[in-house]
Design a protein around this ligand. Structure first.
Ligand code: ADP
Ligand code: MG
Length: 235
């Protein structure tokens, strides 16, 4: 559970009922997420307006759902406008970069909870699980809607053309401060600037701290972002 001080006591997820699919609202209720946290209250509506987001909020503030909820909602929106047999339904629309295998498992678990009522519509692949050969088969045959990966594995699969991001709509760098301090910055840079991405997509940079590296990545990854800096009193 998040720290009570980080929960928006005046808001409920029902406030989002005009923008969130009922399947997501039911999953949030099952997870026991009665009220959004502050970062979720601020980020979710703005993300659904397609704004790039830089969110700095401390560990435990609910940043995972702050980006996963809009990412899933946007995929549901995109699919709703496509006919059942349209091949464009099967495309990777979201990439979530995390610093470690453990974190990719945590984000995967979080997403599975959110997708409890729409896992027939939205498929997730965690690239940190399984062997490369297994992944290559899965990725080539399934085009999962959401891919979770460490930067190095995502870059390798992009370079071998196993993973295609030509339909990418949402690009998330979670734990951006850790990703960069773990020496992944060159891989992240190459993913952004190696010609793998479409012209237009939305970026999320989520971080517990603002480091110089995060500031530098902000310039590369974000266009006219909304900057959410919460808990200034923590500094
Ligand atoms: P962060 O990424 O900011 O460190 P997490 O997304 O991991 O935070 O969330 C911290 C904890 O709070 C997790 O156990 C998560 O399931 C829980 N949580 C997140 N949002 C809510 C919410 N709105 N209501 C109740 N619990 C929540
Ligand atoms: Mg987190």
């Amino acid at each position: 559970m998040p720290d009570a001080r980080l929960v928006d006591s005046k808001a409920t997820f029902v406030l989002f009922n005009h923008i969130l699919d009922v399947r997501l609202l039911r999953a949030l209720a099952d997870l026991g997420f009665a009220r959004p946290t502050l970062v979720q209250t601020k980020a979710i509506p703005l993300a659904l307006e397609n704004r790039d987001i830089l969110a700095r909020a401390r560990t435990g503030s609910g940043k995972t759902a702050a980006y996963c909820v809009p990412v899933v909602q946007k995929i549901l929106n995109a699919k709703a406008s496509l006919a059942a047999e349209d091949p464009a339904r099967r495309a990777t629309r979201a990439l979530i970069l995390v610093p470690t295998k453990e974190l990719s498992e945590q984000v995967h678990t979080h997403l599975k909870g959110l997708l409890a009522y729409c896992d027939d519509e939205v498929a997730v692949a965690n690239l940190s699980s399984g062997t490369t050969t297994h992944l290559q088969r899965t990725l080539l045959s399934d085009n999962p809607d959401i891919v979770i990966s460490t930067p190095s594995r995502a870059l390798a699969l992009l370079q071998s053309k196993t993973l295609s991001l030509s339909s990418l709509d949402s690009f998330v760098v979670d734990e951006a401060d850790l990703i960069l301090s773990y020496g992944h910055d060159e891989d992240v840079r190459q993913i952004f600037s190696g010609g793998f991405l479409p012209k237009v997509f939305q970026s999320f940079l989520m971080s517990a701290t603002m480091t110089e590296d995060v500031e530098a990545l902000k310039g590369l990854a974000l266009r006219n972002p909304v900057i959410l800096k919460l808990e200034e009193d923590e500094d």
